[in-house]
Structures are given as C-alpha cells and as structure tokens.
Write a protein that binds this ligand. Structure first.
Ligand SMILES: [Zn+2]
Length: 272
C-alpha cells in the first residue's frame, strides 16, 4: 500500500493551528517530521501512522522490544545502568508511583486502563476494583480479556478514541493512562472522552514523558522519550496541564514532585 494512504497529516493537536506555520525540529526525520507549533509551542509529529497500521506493524509489543534492542546496541553501558537504576528505584526503594496514586485517589469501583496491553497492570489491581481496558492490538486485547473477565471486567479491542466513544458516560471511578497519551493522534479528543466516561469526582491518572526534562535538553535526539513514529505528542508540564484543563477536567495533583525536571516522565491526576 502507498505510504501516503497509511499516515495522517496533523495540525497542532493542542491549539489546532496549521502545521504549515510550524517550525521543524532536529529530532524527527524525513519520514516522520517533528515540529513545534508557532502559536502555542506544542511539539508533535506532523504525520502519524494510521490506527490500523499501529494495530499490526507498530504494535507496542513489537516496537518496544525492537527499540530496546537498538538502544542497547548503540549504548550498551548506558542502557544497562539505566535499567539497573530503574530496578533499584522500583524494587529496592519500592517507589512505584502508579499504585500509590490509585490507592490515594480511587477508593474502588470500575477502573479503565487505556492502552492496557496484555492486562498486566489490571491484573495487579486489588480486589476493590473492577478492571476494564481498551487495547488496539488484537493479540494483547485477547490476552488482557482473559485476565479481567473472571473479575467481571471487559476489554474493548479498538483504538482509544473510538473505544472510549463506545463506553458508557458517568461510569468509571478511575481512568489510567500510563505512557499512553504520547501515542494518541488526537490527545485532546481522548481527554474529552475520558471526562465523559468518568463519574462525577472520578479521576484520571496520566503518565507521559516530560519534554521539558533536563535529560531531553542534555541528550537531545538521544533522549529516551523520542520514539518515532509511535510517540506523536511531546508535552511540557505546562502543555499537559493546559490540555487536561481544556478537556474539562480539574487538576487535583501536579506538584513539583510529579514533574521534576530530573525525571524523564511526569504524572498528573485530574478529576471530573
Ligand atoms: Zn499549537
């Protein structure tokens, strides 16, 4: 198939200004140009793979392995250290932020994981939660379904935007988007969908790479947050807060500790 039929051209996903007026950044390439909106300064891929292509060719379970192998070949010592440090933080210091935030803000009930992969996170949710998910990869959606079905949950095999439109309004106590929003071609539309399906007072917990991090500024194109073409949005803390608010949500936690410039990622909790 002609490549031009398998990509979508995007305007700024943050303010909808034309991509024609944007500035090209040195982090993309000819096939996947990365630009900065001249109006609102949001950074994004000007073209993105169509959903059907993501479902197969760029499915997460394939690209994440390929990406890790490629990085290890380029920088074996750095990658080894980085993995050891992550392991140290998670296992030794037992600092795993997502379970802490879930326990703090979602007392129980229906929880939706957008981009739930094989259901690993949903499987780890304590018994007071009924786990649900949306997953674009067919193989992973089937795997996740086997995990959640015995607990009364369900998985929708669809892309996030279509999937959330098919879910009931005012239904979920919590929505999780861990390392997802950077992949979404229409992130504002997805956040509006999240706002619709949350119960009043329900919260969404979002983790995305922090384009404003010091590591991105120091490592430039070698920054681990750059992944072409599957990361199509690059948020600074200000962008993330603005977009969440524009979608109709209220920020309930986004302190300095959630968006440290020394971390490659940031976290925001917002309520309907
Ligand atoms: Zn813009």
């Amino acid at each position: 198939m002609d490549v031009s039929q398998r990509v979508v051209s995007r305007n700024c996903p943050h303010c909808n200004a034309s991509a024609q007026a944007s500035d090209v950044l040195p982090y993309g390439n000819e096939e996947w140009p990365m630009v900065q909106c001249s109006s609102c300064k949001f950074v994004y891929l000007k073209r993105a793979p169509v959903y059907e292509r993501l479902s197969e060719e760029f499915a997460w379970e394939k690209t994440s392995t390929q990406e890790r192998e490629a990085r290890e070949q380029r920088e074996p010592v750095k990658q080894g250290l980085s993995r050891a440090f992550k392991h140290f933080r998670q296992k030794v210091l037992k600092r795993n932020k997502l379970p802490e935030l879930i326990a703090k803000y979602i007392p129980g009930g229906h929880v939706l994981d957008i981009g739930c992969a094989g259901g690993g996170l949903l499987a780890a949710l304590p018994a007071q939660y009924t786990p649900h998910g949306i997953e674009v990869s067919k193989a992973l959606a089937e795997q996740a379904n086997a995990v959640v079905a015995p607990r009364g949950g369900s998985i929708m095999h669809d892309n996030a935007l279509n999937g959330i439109a098919r879910l009931p309004a005012d239904h979920y106590a919590g929505v999780l988007m861990s390392a997802f929003l950077e992949h979404e071609v229409e992130p504002l539309g997805l956040l509006q969908g999240v706002c619709r399906v949350l119960k009043p007072g329900g919260v969404v917990i979002i983790k995305v790479p922090n384009y404003g991090s010091w590591n991105r500024k120091i490592r430039q194109e070698k920054w681990c947050g750059f992944r072409l073409p599957d990361h199509v949005n690059y948020f600074t803390p200000g962008d993330l807060e603005d977009m969440v608010t524009r979608a109709g949500l209220k920020v309930v936690q986004f302190g300095l500790a959630d968006r440290q410039p020394t971390s490659d990622n940031m976290w925001i909790v917002a309520a309907r």
